[in-house]
Design a protein around this ligand. Structure first.
Ligand code: ATP
Ligand code: MG
Length: 551
C-alpha cells in the first residue's frame, strides 16, 4: 500500500493494537437489504474491508435485516455481487436475523436485571412524553412493573397475543438523561409481518439500537464504523454491552460521503426506479455501484476514489470531477483503443486505388503487452462531421479546402473539395493521399498539426452508442427545494448510431475501450454481435487534472 499519513480510525486502531486493547482487527459492513448499494456504500466497503486487509484482520458482511417489511432477496444478491465486484471477499456472511434468539435472550436478561419493562403506550405516546433538551421526560405508569409481570407480558408479546403497536419493550434507563436516546428507548416492537428469512416465527422485532451493537458484539467486531448520525447512539451502544456483559465492541463514526450531482439515499434512488426516470437500479446514470459498473467505471477506479477521499469527521460534498478523474486514470491504463465515428460524413480518397490494405494499430500505447491489431483501410472512409469545415478559421488543424491532416494509423491527406446537399449540409469530402506518408514509415517530409480518426466505410459495422450526461441539473439534488424529480436533466441520455471498426463486434459485456478522441466506452449487456451497444463511460477531457495543475 502506498505511504500516506494515517486517518483517524487507523490511528485509533494502531493505538489499540499497541496498547493491547484489541488483539486483532475485525470490522464489518452492515447494509440493510432494502435497495442497491451506492457510491457512499462503496466508500464504506473500501474502508471496512480495506482496514481488515491493512491490519491482517477480518471483515464480515452482515445483512441488517431486522425490519421485516422491506428486505428483498434481490437486494441481498445485488449487495453480495457488488462487494465482490469491488474486489473484496468477506470472512463471514451473517444476517442480523440469525441473532433473533440471542437478542431475545438478551432482552430477558435485561428484564431480569430490572433494566427493561413492557410499556402499553404507543410509539407516538412515548415520543410525546420524551421531554426535550433541558426538559426531562415523563415516566410511564408501566415503568415500575414487577420483573415477573414484565417477563410474562414480554412472553405474551412474543406469542402473538397483542396487535401491532399495542405494547413495546423499553429499556429502563433514565427519563431525565441529557441524551434523549437514553430516555427509556424502545427495544422491541410488535410487527405481525413475514420475514424473508425467519418467516412467521417472530411477531416482535428488535429496534436498530438493540440489534446493531449486540450483533457487533456477537461477532467480536473490534471497530464498528458507522456514519455520523449515530454519534448520539453511542452511549446506548455502550450501555447495552456493559449491562449485558458481552464482548466490548466499540463504535466509531465518520462523515457520510456524498458526491456532487449524485444522490446517496436508497429511498430516493428507489423513487427514480419506481417513477421510471431511469431504466432500473443499474441504469448507467445511477450512482449505484451496479449503475457505475454498467456505465464502465472500473472497480479499481472506485477503490482509488474511496482511498483518495479518505475519511472525514465533517460532511462535505465531494466534487464529481475527482471521481471522474479516478475513472479516466484507470481506463487510460486498461482500455483498448479503437476507432468509431459517431456523427459521420463520407471521405473519399480520389487517388487511392488499392483495396483491402490492412494497417497496424497499437491496442494501447500505455500498455506494452496490449499488442497490435489490423484495421482495414480503403478509398471511402467515415470521418466525424466536425472534423471538416467548409470555411475553417485559423488554427483549425483538421480538414477544410486545401488543408492537410493525418488519418490516424494511416496516411496524410489533403482536402480537394466537397459536396453539399440541397439543405447546404456537407455530404462528401474529397481528398488526395500521399502514398509515402504512411504512419510508421513516413518519408514524405510533410508536416501536419492535426490527426483525425476514421472508420473504413466498406468494412464498418453500425453500433448503438448511448451517450450520458449528468442525471441531475443541480450540484446537490438532495438539498434542493422540492422533489428530486424537479431536477432531472432531460438530456441525460442520447442514443446515436455510430460506425465502428469491425474488431469491436466480438467485444464482450463490460469490455472497456477508448474510442480515439471521443472518450471511454464499454460494451453494454444489451450488446449482441449483430447489434453492438456501447455506453459512453466518460469523455477524455479531465477538468479535475486541469484544476489541480492550476492550483
Ligand atoms: P441509505 O440512507 O442510503 O439507506 P443507510 O445508511 O441507511 O443509507 P445502510 O444499508 O444501513 O444504508 O448502510 C450500510 C453501511 O453503509 C452503513 O455502515 C452506513 O454507515 C454506510 N453508508 C451508507 N451510506 C453512506 C454514505 N453516504 N457514506 C458513507 N457510508 C455510508
Ligand atoms: Mg438504513
Amino acid at each position: 500500500m502506498e505511504e500516506r499519513s494515517l486517518n483517524f480510525i487507523e490511528e485509533i486502531i494502531e493505538n489499540d493494537l499497541k496498547t493491547g486493547k484489541v488483539s486483532g482487527v475485525h470490522t464489518r459492513f452492515p447494509p440493510e437489504p432494502n435497495g442497491y448499494l451506492h457510491i457512499g456504500h462503496a466508500a464504506s466497503i473500501c474502508l471496512n474491508f480495506g482496514l481488515a486487509q491493512r491490519y491482517n484482520g477480518k471483515c464480515n458482511l452482515r445483512f441488517d435485516d431486522t425490519n421485516p417489511s422491506t428486505e428483498e432477496t434481490e437486494y441481498v444478491e445485488s449487495i453480495m455481487n457488488d462487494v465482490r465486484w469491488l474486489g473484496f471477499e468477506w470472512d463471514n456472511l451473517f444476517y442480523a436475523s440469525d441473532y433473533f434468539d440471542t437478542l431475545y435472550g438478551y432482552a430477558l436478561k435485561l428484564i431480569r436485571k430490572g433494566l427493561a419493562y413492557v410499556d402499553d403506550m404507543t410509539a407516538e405516546e412515548i415520543a410525546a412524553t420524551k421531554g426535550d433538551i433541558g426538559i426531562p421526560g415523563k415516566e410511564s405508569p408501566a415503568r415500575n412493573r414487577s420483573i415477573q409481570e414484565n417477563l410474562h407480558l414480554f412472553e405474551e408479546m412474543k406469542a402473538g397475543k397483542y396487535k401491532d403497536g399495542e405494547k413495546v419493550l423499553r429499556a429502563r434507563i433514565d427519563m431525565a438523561h441529557p441524551n434523549l436516546l437514553m430516555r427509556d428507548p424502545i427495544l422491541y416492537r410488535i410487527k405481525h409481518a413475514h420475514h424473508h428469512r425467519t418467516g412467521d416465527k417472530w411477531c416482535i422485532y428488535p429496534m436498530y439500537d438493540f440489534a446493531h451493537g449486540q450483533s457487533d458484539s456477537i461477532e467480536h467486531i473490534t471497530h464498528s464504523i458507522c456514519t455520523l448520525e449515530f454519534i448520539h447512539h453511542r452511549p446506548l451502544y455502550d450501555w447495552f454491552i456493559e449491562q449485558l456483559e458481552i464482548f466490548p465492541s466499540k463504535q466509531y463514526e465518520f462523515a457520510r460521503r456524498s458526491v456532487s450531482y449524485m444522490i446517496t439515499s436508497k429511498r430516493k434512488l428507489l423513487q427514480l426506479v419506481n417513477e421510471k426516470v431511469v431504466s432500473g437500479w443499474d441504469d448507467p446514470r445511477m450512482p449505484t455501484i451496479s449503475g457505475m459498473r454498467r456505465r464502465g467505471y472500473t472497480a479499481a477506479s472506485l477503490r482509488n476514489f474511496a482511498d483518495t477521499i479518505g475519511i472525514a469527521k465533517r460532511e462535505n460534498l465531494t466534487d464529481i470531477a475527482l471521481l471522474e478523474h479516478c475513472v479516466r486514470e484507470d481506463l487510460n491504463k486498461v482500455a483498448a483503443r479503437a476507432m468509431a465515428v459517431i456523427d459521420p460524413v463520407k471521405l473519399v480518397i480520389t487517388n487511392y486505388e488499392s483495396d483491402g490494405e490492412l494497417l497496424k494499430a497499437e491496442n494501447n500505447p500505455e500498455d506494452d503487452k496490449a499488442g497490435y491489431r489490423d484495421i482495414p483501410f480503403g478509398r471511402e472512409l467515415w470521418i466525424e462531421r466536425d472534423d471538416f469545415m467548409e470555411d475553417p478559421p485559423k488554427k483549425y488543424f483538421r480538414l477544410g479546402p486545401g488543408l492537410k491532416v493525418r488519418l490516424k494509423h494511416a496516411y496524410i491527406v489533403e482536402c480537394t473539395g466537397f459536396d453539399k446537399d440541397a439543405d447546404g449540409r456537407v455530404t462528401t469530402v474529397y481528398c488526395q493521399y500521399f502514398p509515402d506518408s504512411k504512419s510508421g514509415s513516413d518519408t514524405s517530409g510533410i508536416k501536419v498539426k492535426g490527426t483525425i480518426h476514421w472508420v473504413n466505410a466498406a468494412t464498418a459495422l453500425t453500433a448503438e452508442v448511448r451517450l450520458y450526461d449528468r442525471l441531475f441539473t443541480v450540484e446537490n439534488p438532495a438539498a434542493a427545494e422540492g422533489s428530486i424529480l424537479d431536477y432531472i436533466n432531460p438530456e441525460s441520455l442520447t442514443v446515436q448510431t455510430a460506425y465502428i471498426e469491425p474488431s469491436l463486434a466480438s467485444s464482450g459485456d463490460l469490455d472497456h475501450f477508448q474510442f480515439l478522441r471521443l472518450g471511454y466506452f464499454c460494451t453494454d449487456r444489451d450488446s449482441t454481435p449483430e447489434k453492438p451497444v456501447f455506453n459512453k463511460t466518460i469523455g477524455l477531457k479531465d477538468s479535475w487534472a486541469k484544476e489541480q495543475k492550476k492550483a
